[in-house]
Design a protein around this ligand. Structure first.
Ligand code: PGA
Length: 252
């Protein structure tokens, strides 16, 4: 099966009210008419409305970088999936390595969020990936297997069409160090095999697996040319129109 590439930007805790709108407007005019690849940008929560407005009428979707698993109530500081839908989000990133390793999110918590995001009819970018020490100790397969098995626990076969898996080796995120195409392809094939075991061949064939970790215009074509790499989750290089457009244009 040939899967449509999905290129998404994760702005993390960067940008401002003015720059988020300016960059989004630039992306909308430069990339907004492209439909050969799926595209999304995930700004900080507070800048989502401005980006939604800037992307109106374009083919670029908007996502959040996280959500909580309750609808509303006494959860000071949290944002629900329903709130995200309410302001025009289509996507949510869950299980990003910074949520796991800086904010302490567990596989069980991420599974609860995945379950709720599906109920809220959000599409999910579900992130997995090993630390440098885990790679050195030859534990990459064990780590991503655990993260996927636990993170997708009790997630139905039907729901898998709303989930993109993002493989992001933690040692390659924000470091300038990129997995080689062979390293990426290797883990992506392992992940697809695992999805086949957990579900079936049809689901494994259809699921999109993004690569993330220092993707930039100069390496995107090579990485996205791998047979099991179906897109990219881009941090730093999604912050400017030129870099994000460079990545998208390199695969057209
Ligand atoms: P990076 O971040 O592209 O800046 O390495 C990727 C990510 O964390 O999603």
């Amino acid at each position: 099966m040939s899967r449509k590439l999905f290129i998404a930007g994760n702005w993390k805790m960067n940008s401002s009210a003015a720059s988020s709108v300016e960059v989004a407007a630039g992306m909308a005019s430069e990339l907004g008419a492209i439909d050969a690849v799926d595209m999304a940008i995930c700004p900080p929560f507070v800048y989502i409305p401005g980006v939604v407005e800037a992307f109106k009428g374009s083919n670029i979707g908007v996502g959040a970088q996280n959500m909580y698993f309750e609808d509303n109530g006494a959860f000071t500081g949290e944002i629900s999936g329903q709130m995200l839908k309410d302001i025009g989000c289509r996507y949510v990133i869950l299980g990003h390595s910074e949520r796991r390793h800086v904010l302490g999110e567990t596989d069980a918590l991420i599974n609860t969020k995945v379950t709720k995001a599906l109920a809220d009819e959000l599409e999910i970018m579900f992130c997995v990936g090993e630390l440098l020490d885990e790679r050195k100790a030859d534990q990459t397969t064990a780590v991503v297997t655990r993260q996927i098995t636990e993170g997708l626990k009790n997630i139905s076969r039907e729901a898998m069409s709303s989930i993109t898996i993002a493989y992001e080796p933690v040692w390659a995120i924000g470091t300038g160090e990129t997995a080689t195409p062979d390293q990426a392809q290797d883990v992506h094939a392992t992940i697809r095999g695992l999805v086949g075991q957990l579900y079936d061949a049809e689901i494994a064939d259809a699921v999109r697996i993004q690569y993330g970790g220092s993707v930039k215009p100069s390496n995107a074509a090579e990485l996205l040319g791998c047979p099991d790499v179906d897109g990219a989750l881009v941090g730093g290089a999604s912050m400017t129109v030129a870099d994000f457009a460079g990545i998208v244009n390199s695969v057209l």
